[in-house]
Write a protein that binds this ligand. Sequence first.
Ligand code: GLU
Length: 477
Amino acid sequence: MSSVRVRFAPSPTGHLHIGNIRTAILNWIFAKKHQGAFVLRIEDSDARRSTRQSEQSILDDLSWFGLTWDEGPDKGGDYGPYRQSDRLAIYQEHLRRLQVLGKVYPCCKSDVELEEIRKTAIERGDPVPYIRKNLEASESELQVCACEGKQPGWLFEVPSCEIKWQDLVKGELGFDGGNVGDFVVVRSNGLPTYNFAAAIDDALMEITHVIRGDDHVSNTPKQILIFEALSFSVPRFGHIPMILGADRTRLSKRHGATSVKEFKEGGYLPEALINFLSLLSWSSESGEEILSRDRLINEFSFERMSKSSAIFDTTKLSWMNGQYIRNLSGDKFKELAAAYLGNIATDASNEEVLTKVLNLLQTKIDYLGQLPELVQPFFVDQIQPTEGEAIAISSRDSSQKVYWAFVRILSNYDHLDANVFRNIMKEVQQESGIMGKDLWIPVRVALSGRIHGPDLAAIAEILGKTRVEKFVRQLVD
Ligand code: GLU
């Protein structure tokens, strides 16, 4: 293994979001590319919001994607523990070091008071030393605090210099210490803040590259100050542009599915999602878009990463997922499809028909969640057009004319396959004078209940003569 060590550090407060998993994917790819270590750290120091259930669902999601980690809460490793709630003594120890070094000062204000003081001071343009004086607990405040059995919180004293780093994605970034402002490292309840815990963990876990979303850019100067104050070597930072919805606002529930769980349940394949998410803000040198995991690992580089936000294009994801579905072996497709088919898949008498139906649909669908609706018409006694437009089409005069002609011509044939079906449609056209959409869509509605779908001749062949005749007759007034 090389010296490269990256980490994915989710907070277990809910299901993984598409943005989180993209961060995990890029870290994993980077680790693989450099034969380094991919560390999983659970940031659960906020006990009120963190749950073991969420942690488990994160582990399950990562496993589903095949993003195996080298060290983590379930696996252990030389740099553990890997759950922040198990590292509280470590944060206390490093707080003591900061106290000895004179880098932090106590504060007895509540979070709300602290924010209020800071806000007013910023509005008034108060100089940093003045704000600090208002925040720092006096001897008497500390005594009152102690009498009430309370502990003070601890703030990091930010120097008034510029804090700069060479970001792997964004190039040189810098913040003025005065604008960063003193920040809490340990709260009065003894718990570390995110910035403190993350910096201590990254340092002790010897993380070499911190790759995360650019919503963390403003945290980085604070973390660099902690590294430097404690004489830890500062890792490289790479801030990945955030993902926006089609309307260019931050990707959220309003844009539809955003959690890994939703895509998993909708029948998206992990390989397709990895491919798609890697291509947000990054492109391969060849410009090719369907890239295997191995190619992503070989070809990934921060130099080819864009600095601007990426748009989450659901249509493109569906297209890409469709490509991956078509590349599955028939058996693998059938195995994955089973989870979407309920009883249909378990009824052995349907086996042959089901295989034909699935072969047909594998070339057509974009995600497995489309299957139930498309498979069902092959296994019912009556087709019920559900879409309003389909119902309207079936009762048009011209459609009725098509149905009558179809049923009559079909009776001249003793069996029905795709070729016979096409011949019948030609004859129906000649007899009724109806052609194009007005000819084909009513028949599609009769055989599937829908106005779009896979090749109609293939559908007819699978259904067979008896059921085709029955379904068309059912729509004749
Ligand atoms: N727990 C933080 C998050 O989920 C981690 C941020 C980081 O990678 O430093 O946003």
